[in-house]
Design a protein around this ligand. Structure first.
Ligand code: GLA
Length: 650
C-alpha cells in the first residue's frame, strides 16, 4: 500500500489538492505520519503526528478537529502564536485560511509538500513546507511569508514550525552549557504555561543553550523505549523553542528564529523564508531518534557527509601564538611521523602593524606576519607538500580586534553602538556582515588565499564572539533586522564560497562548540565540539552531541588535557573524527609506537564509526561509566567503547 502511494506520486510528479472542507494532507515517512485537515472554517489543523497509520491516503479517518496548524495572532488565538503580522493600515491581526496543497516527489526518498494559506482580507500568503525523508524518518519544515500590500508589513513572529501533542505528560531534555562545558543534558517534566529555550547571541546559535531538544511523551524516554521527537533548528543565530501547555494539557511546540528584538519589515513581493526545523519521531526511544538524525545528517545535513575526512595534527595547544617557520616545519614532520593526513596551522599567523601574538590584537588583518612567516603561507604549503602531508589553516573572518588596521580603516564595518562604550567578548567585535562590502571582504579573504595557494586543503573557520553592542551603520533605521540578516548574510558568503569550492573540507568552530547546527553544517564538513579536551569530560560532551549529530562530523583531538592514559584519550577521540594536538617530541618511544598504531587502527575501523549505527549502551548520566557501540549496516562489524569514569571528581 505504501508502495502504491509512492508509485502514484511518481507517476503524477505533483499532486494538487484544492480548498475543500475535510481535505486531508498526509506527510509521511516510512514509520511516521503527520496529517493535516482542512476544517469547516477553512482553517488548517494538525490532526495527527505519530507512528505510521494503516490505510491509504484519504481512507484514514481521524476523529476530532485537531489543533490549528500555524496559529496566528490577533483574532481568536489566546496562546503563543507561530506568526504575528501588522498590516499597512495598522491592523495587528492575521487570519490564515487554506488555499491549496501540492506534493512534489524529488526522488525515491524525498517528497516536498507545500501547503498554501492566505489571509481572506489582506494580500498575505503563508506557505508551510514539509520535506519528508522516507527512509531516514526525518521531516524538515520551513515557512515562506509573502505579501502584496502597498508598503512593508511588520512580521514580529515567524516560526519555522508549530507542532501539537496530546499526551498525559511531557518530558523535555535540553542541552545546555558554557565554554568548555558544552551539551550538558537535563531532563525535566513540563508543567502548564510556557517554557522557552532560546539564545540571543547573534553571531552563533549557542554556548549556553543549544538549538536541539528531545521531547518524550507520557513518560521519560530511555535509549530503547518510549515515544518522543528529537528536534533541531538549522540556524546559526538566535533561536527559540517554545513549549506551551494549555488548560487542556495539550502541548504546542513552536520552533524558529528567536523573534526577540527582531521585528522584520517585509517588503511587498519579497519572501521571508524561515530556516528549517528538522525533527524525527521515534516510538523506540532516544537511540532510534539519534540514528535517524545521523543517517539524515550524513546523507543530507552535512557537507559531503558520506565522504572521508582528514586526520590531522593541530598546533593550537602546543604552540598557541608562539611559533615560527622552523617550529612549523618540525610540526609538519611530526604530522608525517604520526601518520595523520594533515597539519593544521591555528591562530597567530597573521597581522603586522598589530601582530597577532595574543587574542587582543591583529584580528581582521589577514596578511602573513612577517616576523613569524617571512616566506608566507605559500612556503608552508610547499613545505607540507615536500613532507608528504596536507596543509590546513585557521581563520576567523567575521571578527575584528579594535587593535587592528581593519578597525582603523573601516570602523563603519564594525557592529558597535553609537554614543556607548564598546563591550568585548575575547577582546573582539563582530563585523557587520549585512554590509555587502563586508561580505565581499570575507569572500575575497578565502578566495585570495585559495587562489594564491591552491594547495590549502582545509579551513578551520572560527567565530569567537557573540554580538555585543549590536548596531549596524549599514542597516540605518532597520536595526531590528540585524540578528536575522547577520545569519542570512553569513550564508550568502558561504554560498559564494561553496559555489567556487564545493568540496573543500572546513571545520566549524566557535570558541569551542558554539556553532553546531544543521544550518551551518550544509557548508561545513565537521565541527569542533569543545575546547575542553579532557577525555573524561569529553565522554559527556560527545555523548550530548551524539544525540543529534553523526560521529563523522565531530572533531575530537588527543591533547595533553586530563590525567588519563594515552589509550583512554585515543579511544575517546576515535569516537568521531580523530585528530592530535600534542607535543609529538614529548612522547616516549612506546607512546609514539602506540600512537602510530592507533592511527593505522583508526583508518581501518573508522568507516564503522563514521557510517555505522550508534547504540548508546550505558549512559554516563546513569552510572560512572559509559559504553557505546558502533555497528556497520550489514552488522558484520562492531566496535565497542567502554569507559570507567569514577575518577571524574577525584
Ligand atoms: C578558539 C578555538 C580554539 C582555537 C582558538 C584560537 O578558542 O575553539 O580551538 O582555535 O580559538 O584562538
Amino acid at each position: 500500500m505504501k508502495k502504491l502511494f509512492f508509485t502514484a506520486l511518481l507517476i503524477c510528479g505533483i499532486i494538487h489538492a484544492n480548498a475543500q472542507n475535510d481535505a486531508q494532507i498526509r506527510i509521511g515517512t516510512k514509520n511516521t505520519d503527520l496529517i493535516f485537515k482542512v476544517g469547516k472554517d477553512n482553517r488548517l489543523y494538525q490532526a495527527y503526528l505519530g507512528s505510521k497509520l494503516a490505510g491509504e491516503q484519504g481512507s484514514i479517518k481521524i476523529p476530532g478537529q485537531g489543533h490549528i496548524a500555524y496559529a496566528t495572532f490577533g483574532t481568536d488565538n489566546l496562546f503563543e502564536p507561530a506568526i504575528r503580522v501588522t498590516h499597512n493600515d495598522g491592523n495587528p491581526s492575521l487570519e490564515l485560511q487554506y488555499v491549496s496543497s501540492q506534493t512534489e516527489k524529488k526522488d525515491d526518498n524525498v517528497t516536498i509538500t507545500h501547503i498554501k494559506l492566505k489571509d481572506p482580507m489582506y494580500p498575505v500568503e503563508v506557505t508551510l513546507n514539509f520535506k519528508a525523508y522516507f527512509n531516514e524518518n526525518v521531516l524538515e519544515q520551513w515557512v515562506e511569508i509573502l505579501h502584496q500590500e502597498k508598503k512593508p508589513v511588520t512580521v514580529s513572529n515567524y516560526a519555522s514550525a508549530m507542532l501539537h501533542f496530546d499526551a498525559a505528560k511531557y518530558w523535555l531534555t535540553q542541552y545546555h552549557g558554557d565554554w568548555a562545558e558544552e551539551m550538558k543534558m537535563q531532563e525535566s517534566e513540563l508543567t502548564s504555561g510556557i517554557k522557552i529555550i532560546d539564545s540571543k547571541l547573534g553571531a552563533r546559535a549557542h554556548i549556553y543553550q543549544t538549538p536541539v531538544f528531545m521531547l518524550a511523551l507520557n513518560a521519560k524516554a530511555s535509549e530503547n523505549n518510549g515515544e518522543l521527537i528529537a528536534g533541531t533548528l538549522g540556524w546559526s543565530g538566535n533561536f527559540q523553542f517554545v513549549f506551551e501547555i494549555d488548560e487542556k494539557n495539550s502541548l504546542r511546540v513552536i520552533s524558529g528564529i528567536n523573534p526577540f528584538a527582531s521585528e522584520y519589515n517585509l517588503e511587498p513581493g519579497k519572501a521571508f523564508v524561515t530556516p528549517s526545523f528538522i525533527f524525527t519521531y521515534s516510538n523506540e526511544g532516544k537511540g532510534l531518534a539519534s540514528r535517524n538524525l545521523h543517517s539524515w545528517g550524513v546523507k543530507y545535513g552535512i557537507l559531503d557527509g558520506d565522504k572521508p575526512r582528514l586526520t590531522l595534527l593541530n598546533n593550537w595547544e602546543t604552540t598557541y601564538f608562539d611559533f615560527d617557520e622552523a617550529k612549523l616545519k618540525g610540526l609538519m614532520t611530526d604530522t608525517k611521523t604520526l601518520g595523520v593526513d594533515m597539519f593544521l596551522l591555528d591562530d597567530g599567523w597573521f597581522a603586522n602593524k598589530y601582530p597577532r601574538n595574543g587574542d587582543n590584537a591583529g584580528l581582521g588583518d589577514w596578511q602573513e606576519n612577517k616576523a613569524k612567516l617571512p616566506n608566507g603561507i605559500g612556503h608552508l604549503v610547499k613545505e607540507a607538500d615536500a613532507t608528504g602531508v596536507k596543509f590546513g589553516i585557521w581563520i576567523e573572518p567575521e571578527m575584528v580586534n579594535p587593535k587592528s588596521e581593519l578597525y582603523e580603516q573601516h570602523p563603519e564595518w564594525v557592529l558597535k553602538l553609537p554614543n556607548r562604550p564598546e563591550h568585548y567578548y575575547r577582546n573582539q567585535l563582530v563585523l557587520d556582515l549585512t554590509n555587502p562590502q563586508v561580505q565581499d571582504f570575507i569572500y575575497k579573504l578565502v578566495d585570495d588565499m585559495l587562489t594564491k595557494n591552491p594547495g590549502i586543503a582545509f579551513f578551520k573557520w572560527d567565530c569567537n564572539s557573540m554580538i555585543t553592542n549590536g548596531y549596524s551603520v549599514f542597516l540605518k533605521n532597520q536595526q531590528s533586522h540585524l540578528y536575522v540578516d547577520y545569519v542570512k548574510s553569513l550564508y550568502k558568503v558561504l554560498d559564494r564560497i561553496r559555489a567556487k569550492y564545493p568540496h573543500l573540507p572546513m571545520m566549524l568552530c566557535s570558541g569551542g562548540g558554539g556553532r553546531v547546527d544543521y544550518g551551518a553544517l550544509r557548508y561545513f564538513t565537521e565541527f569542533w565540539a569543545s575546547d575542553n579536551t579532557d577525555p573524561v569530560e569529553r565522554v559527556y560532551i560527545q555523548w550530548g552531541y551524539s544525540n543529534f549529530f553523526p560521529a563523522i562530523s565531530v572533531c575530537n583531538h588527543i591533547t595533553s588535557w586530563g590525567k588519563q592514559p594515552l589509550k583512554f584519550r585515543t579511544d575517546v577521540a576515535m569516537m568521531g573524527k580523530m585528530g592530535y594536538d600534542i607535543h609529538v617530541s614529548g612522547l616516549t618511544a612506546n607512546e609514539l609506537k602506540f600512537t602510530q598504531d592507533a592511527v593505522k587502527n583508526y583508518n581501518r575501523i573508522r568507516d564503522v564509526i563514521w557510517h555505522g549505527d550508534l547504540f548508546r549502551l550505558v549512559s554516563p548520566y546513569d552510572e560512572n561509566r559509559a559504553v557505546l557501540m558502533y555497528v556497520n549496516s550489514s552488522k558484520s562489524n562492531a566496535i565497542l567503547f567502554s569507559y570507567t569514569l569514577n575518577t571524574r571528581f577525584g
